[in-house]
Design a protein around this ligand. Structure first.
Ligand code: FES
Length: 102
């Protein structure tokens, strides 16, 4: 069974914004796409840059270091140089709390 943990308040992350949170030893990016929240590994699969420091274009996050792009819904690579998808995590909102299952 998934273990959901509260990582932030929903009102703290505006639509179009991303934020890094830590769950245990994992660095996870929480992403607000027009009011819908997603969670992916915050570490780029190319050379470990922080994706939450990159740019968000709709549901695509672009790495700040070399421009690889990932779909925040699926984790799939949308642009090179990355070739390995990022992990995605289940997200739920309980009251105003963003909860992530790891
Ligand atoms: S570290 Fe992300 S594209 Fe190179």
């Amino acid at each position: 069974m998934s273990d959901f943990q509260t990582v932030a308040r929903a009102t703290e992350i505006e639509p179009g914004e991303m934020r890094q949170v830590r769950v245990g030893r994992k660095r996870i990016a929480i992403i607000n796409v027009e009011g819908e929240f997603f969670a992916i590994d915050d570490t780029c699969t190319h050379e470990e840059a922080s994706l939450s420091e990159g740019d968000l274009f709709g549901d695509i996050v672009e790495c700040p270091l070399h421009g690889a792009a990932f779909n925040v819904r699926t984790g799939e690579v949308e642009a090179f140089p990355a070739v390995v998808p990022v992990e995605t995590y289940q997200v739920r909102i309980v009251d105003d709390e963003i909860q992530v299952a790891t």
